[in-house]
Design a protein around this ligand. Structure first.
Ligand SMILES: [Zn+2]
Length: 293
């Protein structure tokens, strides 16, 4: 999945963070990856902080960020940080149009922070091992660049798509925050039919809606998504499904502890959004408030 080389975007609520010397963490690379995936899948960074012990360095936030090297879609296809940055434009542009039309809500874009090493979020200290997450208290989405390298080792073959998909998924949580439903997710009460799972599957479905808009029309930011790329996308969704993670960490698959749904559920959810472009097809919470367009 690639950006059109000739597009250009700048501005937005993007900043860069990090630059701390890093924090002492235990567990080696495997532990880091697992913790990262825990957070990628919606875990609370505060809990990870408890698991890992207190960090010693505060991240520094570079206000406004420095995205001067992200001039065009070509840059977004080349540099990871530019790809995240441009994906945020693509996702924001979609929701600015779709959220008022389909949910009768105004869309305010979330903040975007791309960081390395450590940073301070409104939800607690985040480190390179934290992985991508959305923080409802400060309404920022946080992405650390090193996490995406670790993802490749975890079965996400299509790294560029994985990055874009994760951005769209985290922004989906922001939309849920605007809808007032994100708080329904209770990670202390997981399980295959839980609200926690439904909220995660809905974020996957919302990512699918983004993909369905991003590659169509004269203002599209993306080159048309190919069958092959879509397959890779779904593989990526599968690779971060809870059942896979449990298998890979050597444990039994235990639906009671699921918070994100099975790989198949995640694929189905993404496709429901991608094939319809309608929020109503992502209404896993049975709210019945969406209008099709
Ligand atoms: Zn999530």
């Amino acid at each position: 999945m690639t950006f059109r080389g000739d597009i250009s975007r700048s501005g937005g609520k993007a900043r860069k963070g990090g630059g701390g010397r890093g924090m002492a963490v235990g567990g080696g690379i495997g532990g880091l990856v697992l913790v990262g995936l825990f957070l990628l899948l919606g875990g609370n960074p505060g809990q990870v902080q408890d698991m890992l012990g207190q960090g010693t360095d505060q991240g520094q936030i570079e206000s406004g960020g420095n995205y001067d090297h992200c001039q065009t879609g070509e840059d977004a296809n080349t540099h990871d940080d530019c790809r995240l940055y441009y994906t945020s434009f693509s996702v924001n542009e979609m929701w600015e149009r779709v959220l008022p039309e389909q949910a009768n809500l105004q869309y305010d874009e979330p903040g975007l922070e791309i960081f390395t090493n450590t940073t301070q979020s409104g939800c607690g200290m985040a480190s390179a091992s934290t992985g991508p997450f959305y923080c409802p208290s400060d309404q920022y989405a946080y992405f650390d660049l090193t996490f995406f390298d670790q993802m490749r080792q975890f079965g996400g073959e299509n790294a560029p798509f994985a990055q874009m998909y994760i951005v769209a998924h985290e922004y989906g949580h922001h939309v849920q925050n605007l809808e007032g439903t994100l708080g329904l997710s209770d990670y202390n009460n997981p399980g295959a039919e839980s609200n926690a799972v439904m909220i995660e599957l809905q974020a996957d479905c919302y990512a699918g809606i983004w993909a369905s808009y991003a590659d169509k029309g004269p203002d599209r930011l993306l080159e048309p998504i190919t069958e092959e790329e879509l397959d890779a996308a779904l593989t990526t969704a599968g690779a971060v499904g809870d059942d896979n993670i449990q298998r890979r960490s050597g444990g039994e698959v235990n639906p009671e502890s699921w918070t994100h749904g099975s790989s198949q559920q995640r694929k189905d959810s993404f496709l429901a959004g991608y094939n319809s472009g309608q929020m109503s097809s992502c209404d896993f919470l049975d709210r019945g408030v969406y209008q099709d367009t």
